[in-house]
Write a protein that binds this ligand. Structure first.
Ligand code: GLY
Length: 260
């Protein structure tokens, strides 16, 4: 266990390809522009580097429109990496392509073999426990298999519920620091963060809940001025990263990298 699970030295990202225009989305409000997405992705990677991590950038993955959302394919813990089994059929094949990239970077590589499913967008490692939200992408069988692996590494896993209609648990929450969570009011109301300090996202800016704390910096999507002001007022170093294109296919700050 570590209390400082927001400290990282490395990250893995994958550049979006032209197929990103057809990425999965809950509500269709238009296709993203792959060229603009690539430009925004480059800013994201540069900001990760500014936060002090070494970034391994993988090339676009042909045939996989959501492959830039690498976080969903793997859970990184101090003891090793666990390859996920996405609940979205079109994303299952992303996992195999991540293994050769991640294996040299971790002491141990484990795998969710099924029949259940887990996407790491549904997993928040707070340092003191691993919260996993059941969702349309993550089911009880997948979580049971995950629990066996992480228990062997000495971690406590707690099953929670991703709010109905919300893609992933971390769509609605993030770790701001040791013992402190940023959450939408709808998720906080479930009581799943009892025992943590909770900062609630201002009403109307719920999409700002998905951010990442990386060392001294917080990377958050641009366009949420009240959340930015709130976090700066609390003393956090905030960097706004343009994310209009990934947002069209339900991708946020955490989805775009695997940090360890
Ligand atoms: N477009 C991201 C996802 O649905 O997984």
């Amino acid at each position: 266990m570590t209390d400082r699970s927001w400290e990282f030295t490395q990250a893995v990202t994958r550049r979006p390809g032209p197929e990103a225009a057809t990425g999965l989305r809950a509500v269709d409000t238009g296709n993203p522009d792959p060229e603009r997405m690539r430009a925004q992705h480059a800013i994201y990677v540069a900001t990760l580097r500014e936060a002090g991590v070494t970034v391994t950038e993988l090339p676009p993955l042909k045939g996989f429109a959501d492959a830039q959302f690498v976080e969903d394919t793997a859970l990184s813990l101090p003891e090793g990496v666990i390859m996920m089994r996405p609940g979205a059929p079109s994303r299952l094949g992303e996992v195999g392509s991540m293994v050769p990239a991640l294996a040299p970077l971790f002491k141990e590589v484990r795998q969710i073999t099924g029949p259940g499913h887990v996407e790491a967008g549904d997993i928040l490692f707070t340092g003191r426990e691993i919260l996993v939200g059941l969702s349309a992408r993550t089911d009880a069988a997948g979580v049971a298999e995950l629990e066996q692996i992480v228990a062997g590494w000495g971690h406590r896993l707690r099953v929670v519920q991703t709010p109905p209609g919300v893609l992933h648990f971390k769509t609605d929450c993030s770790l701001l620091g040791t013992g402190t969570i940023l959450s939408t009011s709808r998720l906080a109301a479930s009581g799943c963060f009892t025992g943590y300090d909770v900062v609630v996202v201002p009403e109307g800016e719920e999409a700002a809940a998905n951010l990442i704390r990386v060392n001294a910096l917080i990377l958050m999507a641009g366009g949420f001025p009240r959340t930015t002001a709130l976090l700066r007022g609390l003393g956090y170093g905030v960097r706004e990263v343009p994310n209009s294109e990934c947002a069209l296919i339900d991708g946020g700050m955490s989805c775009l990298s695997l940090r360890f």
